[in-house]
Ligand binder design. Structure first.
Ligand code: FE2
Length: 325
């Protein structure tokens, strides 16, 4: 029997199917953001309008039928309310129709767990970098087993910062990957750099870089912005590595797709003889398979939820989640 996962926290509507920790199928459709960013109500309309299509598609690519599914998971949060609501409704409808258990999954836990489980790493230090968040974490058993946050952004996620800058620089699509492309061959210009212990902030850097676009080469600004933001993440990660004495670093989340960030964290890891682990871009980006994997872990460790209690939470904190597997 297999487990279905539904991800809908932002622009991606993703469905995945797993069986005993292996990914059987992973399908996604993306709301086209252009240079406007994600408009929550429109992204939710996109998800609702494509829900039947993606369900047909996942069962055709997996060669399974809905009767082969023994449980369903969905993203409870964090994320955009209207988008989360569509995934929750899809999951509740599927669970009630097929009389199977349902599991509300934390999006950040799913990003980390897909990387940890596919990399087969037991107890890593995690750098989780996405649009909505940026955190440094590790598993901790007190007062219950959870991902303890050692450091995090005090304002916006690094992905959100890069996407916002892309919009200011009129790049299309307004993604961090467009900033990375523009940054190639740029020269460094001094930028504000804010790390406090293992925490950091990005809005000052974004404001400074956006204003600097008026009188400087866009290429140099993109390069300097990216180097500064990633250096901040590396400094905080290095401090957490020394504190926790971990030997594995997990690089996880949408921004983990950045080749430059991977190189820079690789330098940190090498200088402390730590190993670095990440997964293919398909699984670092938002996807349904990561939700299915966590739902399966929740089910196998004995968790249980009533369908009517399965809500959404736009600000669902990772450190409130019990990692019972
Ligand atoms: Fe994500």
């Amino acid at each position: 029997m297999a487990v279905l996962g539904i991800e809908s926290s932002a622009h991606t509507l993703g469905l995945g199917i797993v069986k005993n920790g292996s990914i059987i199928a992973n399908e996604k459709l993306m709301f086209p953001i252009g240079n406007q960013g994600i408009i929550p109500a429109r992204a939710a309309d996109f998800h609702a309008g494509n829900s039947s299509k993606i369900i047909r598609s996942i069962f055709s690519s997996s060669e399974l039928s809905p009767n082969d599914i023994e449980a369903v998971g969905y993203t409870k949060g964090p994320g955009l309310g209207p988008c989360l609501r569509i995934g929750q409704l899809m999951a509740r409808t599927f669970a009630e129709k097929h009389k199977i258990p349902i599991f509300p999954v934390n999006h950040a836990v799913a990003h980390i767990e897909v990387t940890r489980q596919l990399s087969k790493v037991k107890d890593p230090l995690v750098l989780y970098v996405s649009g909505g968040n940026s955190q440094i974490l590790a598993l901790d058993d007190t007062p219950f087993r959870h991902y303890h946050i050692y450091g995090e952004t005090f304002d916006i996620g690094v992905g959100n910062m890069l996407d916002s800058f892309a919009r200011e620089a009129k790049l299309t699509p307004a993604w961090g990957s467009s900033v990375a492309k523009l940054a190639e061959g740029g020269k460094y210009i001094q930028m504000p750099y804010t790390v406090k212990g293992m925490d950091f902030t990005f809005t000052g850097l974004l404001t400074h870089a956006s204003k600097a676009l008026e009188n400087n080469s866009h290429k140099d600004i993109a390069y300097s912005l990216q180097e500064t933001a990633f250096a901040m993440l590396c400094e905080a990660t290095e401090r957490a590595l020394l504190l926790t004495k971990k030997k594995d670093i997990l690089l996880s989340g949408g921004v983990a797709q950045s080749r430059r960030l991977g190189q820079m964290i690789g330098i940190v890891a090498k200088s402390h003889r730590a190993r670095i682990h990440t997964v293919a871009n398909e699984y670092n980006a938002d996807n349904g398979a990561m939700i299915a994997l966590v739902a399966e872990s929740m089910m196998k460790s004995g968790q249980h939820y009533r369908s009517r209690d399965c809500d959404i939470n736009q600000k669902y904190r990772i450190d409130s989640v019990k990692v019972s597997w």
